[in-house]
Design a protein around this ligand. Structure first.
Ligand code: MLT
Length: 262
């Protein structure tokens, strides 16, 4: 399915029934296929919405940097078009940066937060400079240059048999979309000072073997958000929900059952 958002064709999946609706926002530079195993598992108990944020997957790109705020505002428009009401937002990595921007900008649409393999801090200057250089390279050489670098890091050494699927999910992103997301991540503000004011139930999940955003970062995140729960999934790398889908889904389902009634 596609929705017109800010003049762009934004691709999304919307299936199932049941409250609260779950909004799955994938990481960089993936596509909503990264949530396939969650869409299948939760589509029988919840309404599940999974977009490709602009410039990634099957969604059209805009020119220039895509700030986390812009991604968040696109989500808000999508939810309003779909009439979902407040959602539990499950954001992986860059999707987690977007989730924290969404929490700041659209708190009325948030029923809970699930922050997966992500962090609240901004890029250090060297990391931001590296992203800007990568954005230049992607514009010159295409999406493959970033796929070659990123895809193997998504999985543990034991999970590399799934590398082909991960590469395919990344390859669909347009160079303009990949560059826009890189520039947006490079300029994202530090969300740490706001963590103590997050007022919705929050679950932090990480893969025990995540080398992109190590579990220590998730521990800090969980400690900084009032009442947040932390789940560490064994034998999982950065793309924990894909690599260890069953364990991930079990922990998420248990947490959803514990959510206080509205
Ligand atoms: C992601 O998986 O979304 C990225 O690794 C996030 C990042 O590069 O900071």
């Amino acid at each position: 399915m596609h929705a017109p958002i800010d003049g762009l064709r934004i691709a999304y999946t919307d299936q199932g029934h049941g409250l609260p609706p779950l909004l799955f926002v994938h990481g960089f530079p993936l596509s909503r296929g990264a949530w396939q195993r969650q869409i299948e598992a939760f589509g029988s108990t919840h309404r599940v919405v999974a977009p490709d944020p602009r410039g990634l997957g099957e969604s059209e790109a805009s020119e220039g940097p895509t700030s986390m705020a812009r991604f968040a505002d696109d989500l808000e428009r999508l939810l309003r078009q779909l009439g979902t009401g407040p959602v539990v937002l499950v954001g992986h990595s860059m999707g987690g940066y977007v989730a924290l921007a969404f929490q700041d900008r659209h708190p009325g649409l948030l029923r809970g937060l699930v922050l997966v393999g992500t962090r609240a801090g901004a890029d250090a200057p060297e990391a931001a400079a590296k992203r800007r250089a990568t954005a230049e390279r992607v514009r010159r050489e295409g999406t493959s240059s970033v796929v070659d670098d990123m895809a193997p890091k998504m999985l543990t050494a034991g999970g590399q048999d799934q590398l082909g699927q991960v590469r395919a999910m990344m390859q669909s992103a347009s160079p303009a979309g990949v560059a826009g997301a890189l520039l947006g991540m490079a300029e994202r503000p530090d969300a740490t000072p706001r963590l103590g004011r997050i007022g919705v139930p929050t679950l932090v999940i990480t893969g025990a073997e995540d080398t992109v955003i190590p579990p220590s970062e998730s521990e800090v995140l969980a400690r900084s958000i009032p009442g947040a729960d932390l789940e560490v999934i064994p034998r999982a790398g950065h793309l924990v929900a894909f690599e260890q889908a069953e364990a991930f889904n079990d922990r998420l389902a248990a947490w959803l059952r514990r959510l206080p009634a509205d």
